[in-house]
Design a protein around this ligand. Structure first.
Ligand SMILES: Cc1ncc(C[n+]2csc(CCOP(=O)(O)OP(=O)(O)O)c2C)c(N)n1
Ligand SMILES: [Mg+2]
Length: 375
């Protein structure tokens, strides 16, 4: 396995409906995975069909800075969890960065995002400040939900971040509601919802597929397929491993893409957003990715060999992006300079969060229930 160094990897898009799964699979060039993900089949092996324009180098550099910020913040949060500074479960998105960064750059201010409990990367990609984000995870008063949401319930409507959710797939119909409101108000806002491969087996997922396709909602379904649900690999839980084949049966346009490549993600989400804004309805994107850290802080990871993680790390989103930038003449020293700046920024963010006061007890029931004013 080695990092992809060119910008030509792409994804597959299939809008025809009524094909059999095997036809679709053959046409997409996807490979049926063996009974283990410990394989040399790279995500980009399934990536060929649509144009992936090269983004300007300055944008790629910005994306790199954002992806490194996410990575270093997640690492700092894992260290804080180990020190006992974080209550409750915390799931990091180490290895998932490109899905969030590529998508956020493809959408506009005013668009909506919802995501799972693994959502710190989406919050940051959508513009949330790292200091306040860390404060939220630590339950401090400067957090975006004054410390009441914590890691699993990131929310910041002013950034379009309409809520992470601890219940697998619960955020998906919420996004459909946001898309419906945009449609009913005659706005051109798009909603994107991120979920994992495990969410495909929740009933509400399929109810939302059906109604979104039927009503042509301006909605993007984005599956971050990291090939595990908690500690269980996908080949143990799913009848098919090409997740994008499920929504095709609802008549939805689908893509299976390399979720570790920001340019590919950007191109796919741009295409899906264009379809949504022009009234063509929802698109389902399966971003193949890999979780490089445990399912949650404290996960001993006894269910997968370290060699598997090392192998995937080589193709991790930061390595892919570094290789792209180097191919464009950005040298190691410049990249190390960005890494050092971000490191300082994240140190400051942690310090800010640690100094943030605990919420006052008077806050306990505030913002928990809607106040109608009528008693
Ligand atoms: C409805 C529901 N069932 C079970 C759980 C427990 N649970 C938490 S994370 C998780 C795995 C989900 O895997 P996936 O959708 O692939 O997302 P990932 O964690 O890999 O990002 C499960 C089953 C839950 N939170 N909600
Ligand atoms: Mg998963």
């Amino acid at each position: 396995m080695k990092p992809v160094e060119n910008t030509e990897s792409a994804g597959t898009v299939a809008e025809d409906v009524g094909q059999s799964a095997s036809e679709a699979s053959t046409q997409s060039g996807s490979v049926s995975a063996p009974a283990s993900i410990t394989t040399d089949v790279l995500p980009s092996a399934s990536a060929i069909d649509f144009e992936v324009p090269a983004l300007p180098t300055e944008i790629l550099l910005e994306m790199y800075r954002k992806a490194v910020t996410i990575r270093l913040m997640e690492q700092a949060l894992l260290a804080a969890a180990e020190e006992g500074q974080i209550g409750g479960a915390m799931h990091t998105a180490i290895g998932h960065e490109a899905n969030a960064v590529g998508a956020a750059y493809a959408l506009r201010p005013g668009d909506y995002v919802t995501c799972t409990y693994r959502g710190h990367h989406h919050g940051l990609a959508w513009g949330m400040d790292p200091g306040r984000a860390i404060a939220e995870v630590m339950g401090r008063s400067d957090g975006f939900a004054k410390g009441k949401g914590g890691s699993m319930h990131f929310v910041s409507p002013e950034h379009g971040m309409m809520g992470a959710n601890g219940i697998v797939a619960a955020q998906v119909p919420h996004a459909a509601g946001l898309a419906l409101s945009s449609h009913l108000r005659g706005e051109d806002r798009v909603a994107i919802t991120f979920f994992g491969d495990g969410a495909l087996f929740q009933g509400v997922m399929h109810e939302t597929f059906n109604i979104a396709a039927k009503w042509k909602l301006p909605l993007i379904f984005y599956c971050e397929n990291n090939r595990y649900s908690e500690m269980t690999p996908i080949w143990r839980t799913s009848s098919i491993e090409d997740i994008f084949l499920f929504p095709r049966s609802y008549g939805m346009a689908t893509m299976q893409i390399d979720g570790n490549d920001v340019e590919v993600v950007h191109a796919a989400v741009s295409l899906a957003a264009e379809r949504a804004r022009s009234g063509s309805g929802p698109t389902f994107i399966e971003g193949i990715t890999y979780r490089l850290a445990g399912h949650m802080a404290g996960d001993l990871e006894t269910y997968r060999p370290p060699e598997e993680v090392e192998k995937q790390e080589a193709y991790g989103p930061l390595n892919v992006l570094r290789a792209k930038l180097k191919a464009r003449g950005i040298d190691e020293k410049s990249l190390a300079g960005i890494d050092a700046e971000v490191d300082d920024l994240v140190d400051d963010a942690v310090e800010f969060a640690e100094k943030s006061p605990w919420p006052d007890t008077a806050e306990t029931y505030r913002d928990v229930f809607v106040e109608s004013g009528s008693g």
